[in-house]
Each structure stands twice: as structure tokens, then as C-alpha cells.
Design a protein around this ligand. Structure first.
Ligand code: DI6
Ligand code: FE
Length: 402
């Protein structure tokens, strides 16, 4: 189904209003033309004269906005199952990192991989996300840590968006770790590799946003700020992995730069939440990493709620701390591990995830939005977060095409 059509008999979780939970419209209709939603509302208010198009009755099925995974590292070489075993033998995530494992151990496999190999390795991960209704996927660099490979990763990310009916948003993450050849010389790496790679990637049109890893096993706020200053000079928005394993003050820095989002935030404080509320930054909650590295400090959901900080949820799909390619399981984890409500979880992979990527025409079912929709064989929206390991997707509509 493509072109102009009307969906009827749909329970619409529009995520577009706060009047009712999920912005729910019980017996709704959606008129689509040119890949856009041109009208939506209760079926009885649909004027067939205005939209004399093919109608398709969805039989009462639930319709949500197409899902959005706003934080992934799905482009990388190799895998890290052996570290999984190390941790099962008692090594902590930080001990693995300090022993030369962690991020830098994926770097050599990524540097050795061709562009085509990086694309082919990532496609199954992308397909798994699409199979659960994803319409937008953010993809970061950060496993090259040299100029050529950082660019190759972002080229692979762009290629993924050409090969599949999905929107790929790219994020430069050169400040992910210091590579072995710069061990103990973080500042030199930032100046000699990371920043030149950012400039080159931007010049090639490969960068939609800039990220960093602010942590005691990665970079200090002052080092991240060097990268953020260049992002600002290039007119690129920023986001930041912050307060994941400890409190380093990355959140405040990100808020100072009006970051689109601050991600992980397990160790964020109420003051951090206030700063994020003031800057309009989204808290991106990543339960897959919390779960995989057996973290014990949950993110301050209540502070985000009370200060009106929008919360997104994402897989953080990466080979070390979150080998997760299910947004539905991510939603379940957000509820079960962090006590987010099912409505917050759905907002986390739709409306708020769009905001975390600076997208204004995704993540909601409303006139003017792109016609990215997911149709589900469930009665209620809560079932999407409730079930574990079950994918009830009936069909996916991407930019008005089923
Ligand atoms: O272990 C990896 O490969 C990525 C870890 C991932 N990156 C980051 O900044 N925080 C994480 O948990
Ligand atoms: Fe991450």
C-alpha cells in the first residue's frame, strides 16, 4: 500500500497529546498522502469526501508511530563474547576495560574490516530493529579511533540508510576511547586524531550530531569540551554518554552546550536533572547496558519526572555493554528495572526519541508528521512493554509505504 490511502478501524496511540494516556484514539483513522500524515482523528470525524482514497480497515489493531532507536553502535567489527565470559568469571566492566578489553578491543576488528564488511555485519542488527517496527535508527562511530576508520564507520552508517527502508541518523563518537597507540596521551589523541576526524567527517557530510564518552575510564569533561567547541563551530548538535559508571560532571557540560540528549545517566543527580530541564536535553535511558554490566545504580527516573526532563529509551546496541537489538525488550527493561510506566516506555521509543535526535516530524501520529507507522496485534499499548521476547508487529508503514 503506497501513495494515498486511509487506515481505519485503528486504536491510535498517537503519542501526540497529553490529554489522554498515549494520546489514545479508540476508533481512529489516518489519511496518508505523499508519505505524510495529512489527517488523523476519530473515524466518525473522517470526511470521505476530503480523502476519497483506498481505505484499509485494521480491525481494531493498535497503531503507534514508527519506533525510533536513538542510541546505537550497530556498526562495528567482530564481537566480544569472550569478555562476556570474563565478566561471568567475576571481572567488572571497568576491570575488563582497564585490562585492555572493552571498547579498544573492538577497535582492531573494526579497523581491519572493509566498508562493505562493516555494512554486511551491521545489516542483521538493523534488520532485527526494523522487524520490531523501527523507522529511525541512530548509528554512532567510535570503534575506529583513527581518521580513516571513523569515516568508514560513518560511511557504512549512511549506506545502511540507503539499503533499507529506514532513516539512519549518524553521530560522530571519536571521543569514545583512547586507542592503544595513544595510551596515556588522551589529550594528544583528542587534538591529533579525534578533532581532525570530526572535521573531515563533517566535510564529507557524514555527521548529524557529535557525542562523547565522559567517564573515569574514558574522557574528562574538559577533554569532551574540546570536541564540543569544534561541534559548535561546525554547527553540529551534541549529545553525551555521561554519569554511566560514576559522576564526572558530564551532564552539566552537556546541558551547557544545549545537548540534544544526555545518555546512560545512572549517576545523574537532581541538580543534573534541573540543568537538563533548563537546557531541554532528553535523558536517554539505556537499560541494556545497565543489565549487561550488572550495574546497581538505577538512573534517577523520579528526578527526571519531577523536573519535566523528557525520557527516551534505546538499545545502546554495542558489542561490549549492550549486545541488544530489541526495542520491545528495552521497553520491558525500562519498566521492570527502572519502574518507568508503559506509557513512558512507549514515549521513550517514539516522541522523546525523536526529540533526542532533533527530529520534529517523527515520533507522533499527527497531521504533518511523516507517515512512519507500526501496526501491532495487541489490544493495549501496555502489551508492547509487558511481554518478554515476543514481537507482535503486524505490519510497518515507512514514509507512507507498507
Ligand atoms: O564496550 C563497548 O564496546 C561500548 C561500551 C559503551 N560505550 C560507552 O560509551 N558506554 C558504554 O557502555
Ligand atoms: Fe552507547
Amino acid at each position: 500500500m503506497t501513495g494515498e490511502f486511509v487506515l481505519t478501524g485503528a486504536r491510535l496511540a498517537t503519542m501526540a497529546s497529553f490529554d489522554t494516556p498515549y494520546g489514545l484514539i479508540e476508533d481512529g483513522a489516518v489519511a496518508v498522502s505523499g508519505g505524510r500524515i495529512v489527517w488523523t482523528g476519530p473515524r466518525e470525524k473522517l470526511s470521505a469526501d476530503n480523502f476519497p482514497w483506498e481505505q484499509r480497515d485494521l480491525g481494531g489493531r493498535l497503531v503507534t508511530p514508527g519506533l525510533i532507536d536513538c542510541h546505537t553502535h550497530i556498526v562495528f567489527g567482530g564481537n566480544r563474547a569472550m569478555e562476556f565470559e570474563m565478566r561471568l568469571n567475576g571481572a567488572s566492566y571497568e576491570e575488563v576495560a582497564r585490562a585492555g578489553g572493552g571498547i579498544v578491543s573492538t577497535v582492531s576488528a573494526t579497523r581491519e574490516a572493509s566498508l562493505e564488511q562493516l555494512v554486511q555485519d551491521a545489516l542483521p542488527r538493523l534488520d532485527a530493529l526494523i522487524a520490531e517496527g523501527a523507522a529511525v535508527v541512530e548509528v554512532k562511530s567510535g570503534y575506529g579511533l583513527d581518521l580513516d576508520t571513523e569515516l568508514n564507520m560513518l560511511r557504512a552508517a549512511r549506506r545502511l540508510g540507503e539499503l533499507r527502508p529506514v532513516t539512519v541518523k549518524t553521530t560522530f563518537l571519536g571521543a569514545h576511547a583512547t586507542p592503544a597507540e595513544y595510551k596515556g596521551r588522551d589529550d594528544a589523541y583528542i587534538g591529533e586524531v579525534c578533532i581532525p576526524a570530526l572535521r573531515a567527517a563533517h566535510a564529507e557530510g557524514l555527521v548529524d550530531a557529535v557525542d562523547g564518552f565522559c567517564e573515569n575510564i574514558a574522557f574528562a569533561p574538559a577533554q569532551i569540551e574540546r570536541v564540543f567547541k569544534v561541534a559548535q563551530e561546525l554547527g553540529l548538535p551534541v549529545k553525551l554518554h555521561a554519569e554511566q559508571l560514576s559522576h564526572q560532571g558530564g551532564t552539566k557540560l552537556a546541558a551547557d552546550y544545549s545537548a540534544l540528549s544526555v545518555d546512560h545517566v545512572e549517576y545523574a543527580t537532581e541538580d543534573d536533572a534541573r540543568a537538563m530541564a533548563a537546557s531541554g536535553s532528553v535523558a536517554v535511558i539505556l537499560p541494556g547496558a545497565f543489565y549487561t554490566i550488572r550495574e546497581t545504580q538505577a538512573p534517577p527516573i523520579e528526578h527526571f519526572r519531577s523536573h519535566g526532563v523528557p525520557m527516551a529509551l534505546a538499545t545502546d546496541c554495542n558489542p561490549g555493554s549492550s549486545p541488544l537489538t530489541s526495542l520491545l525488550l528495552t521497553m520491558n527493561m525500562g519498566c521492570t528495572l527502572f519502574r518507568m510506566t508503559p506509557e513512558e516506555a512507549l514515549a521513550g521509543v517514539t516522541r522523546n526519541a525523536a526529540r533526542a535526535l532533533g527530529l520534529t516530524d517523527r515520533g507522533q501520529i499527527a497531521a504533518g508528521m511523516r507517515a512512519d507507522l507500526a501496526v501491532w496485534d495487541v489490544e493495549t499499548p501496555a502489551e508492547l512493554a509487558y511481554r518478554i521476547g515476543f514481537n507482535p508487529l503486524y505490519t510497518r508503514i515507512y514514509e507512507g509505504t507498507q
